[in-house]
Design a protein around this ligand. Structure first.
Ligand code: URA
Length: 214
C-alpha cells in the first residue's frame, strides 16, 4: 500500500523522527527499482538542514544522502563557508533513487511534480522534528517540496520562508558539476559558496536571537 500525504495524516501522528521514518519505509515507493530508502541524516537541532531532490546512484548503494559527486562538491563548499558537515542535517524531497537502466548504467530520472507533491508531507514533518534554525532548498525540486510551488531558482534565490521555517533557496550542487566551461563553473561555484556563507550567518543570527529570547 502506498501512503499519500493525505493517507499519512490519517494515521496516528508519529511522535519521533524514528517513528516517522519507520512509517515511510513501511510502504512501497511510488517508483520501483531503487535499492533502498535513503533517509535523512544528521543531528536533531542541527543549525542548518539541507534538502535535496532525491538520492543518486551512490547514495542508493550506500544508503546515505549526499555521498556521491554532488555531495562531495557540497562538502567542499561547506568547508570553504565554515559549515561543519557533522553538525548539519541532510535529507531529500523524495527518498529513493529513480533511474532508467541503460546497459550497466543507471541514469538519474528527475521525480515528477506529482511525485514530489505526493511525498512533500514527509520532509515537512521531518523538519518539525529536526527543528533547524534554517532550511536550505537545494534546487527546484526541493523548493517545490518545501513551498508546494514550482518557482524559478534564478528569481527566488536567497532568503525565503517555508511553512514557518526560516529558509534559503539556492542551486543544486549537481547543476554546478554539469557546467561544461571551466570559467563558468568556477564563477557558479563561488556564488554557491557565497550563498553558503550567507546561510551560515543567517543561522548564527537566528541562534543569537533565540538565545537572547531565552
Ligand atoms: N542529489 C540529491 O539531491 N540528493 C542526494 O542525496 C544526492 C544527490
Amino acid at each position: 500500500m502506498i501512503t499519500s500525504a493525505k493517507a499519512a495524516t490519517a494515521r496516528p501522528e508519529p511522535k519521533t523522527l524514528k517513528a516517522l521514518n519507520e512509517a515511510l519505509v513501511a510502504d512501497a515507493p511510488l517508483v520501483p527499482g531503487a535499492t533502498k530508502w535513503v533517509l535523512g541524516e544528521g543531528p536533531i537541532r542541527s543549525p542548518i538542514a539541507f534538502v535535496g531532490e532525491q538520492p543518486g546512484d551512490q547514495e542508493d548503494l550506500q544508503g546515505r544522502p549526499f555521498v556521491g559527486p554532488a555531495g562531495r562538491l557540497l562538502d567542499r563548499a561547506m568547508v570553504e563557508a565554515g559549515i561543519a558537515r557533522d553538525r548539519s542535517y541532510f535529507t531529500n524531497a523524495v527518498k529513493y533513487f529513480k533511474f532508467a537502466q541503460r546497459g550497466k548504467r543507471r541514469i538519474h530520472q528527475r521525480p515528477t511534480a506529482g511525485e514530489v507533491r505526493h511525498y512533500r508531507w514527509w520532509p515537512m514533518k521531518e523538519l518539525e522534528f529536526v527543528e533547524p534554525r534554517i532550511v536550505v532548498a537545494l534546487g527546484a525540486t526541493a523548493v517545490l517540496a518545501l513551498s508546494g510551488k514550482a518557482l524559478s531558482i534564478a528569481r527566488t534565490r536567497g532568503e525565503a520562508r517555508f511553512d514557518g521555517h526560516l529558509g534559503f533557496i539556492t542551486v543544486h550542487p549537481s547543476s554546478l558539476v554539469r557546467i561544461p566551461a571551466e570559467d563558468d563553473r568556477r564563477r557558479a561555484y563561488a556564488d554557491f559558496v557565497a550563498d553558503l556563507r550567507q546561510i551560515r550567518s543567517l543561522s548564527e543570527r537566528d541562534g543569537a536571537a533565540r538565545a537572547a529570547a531565552g
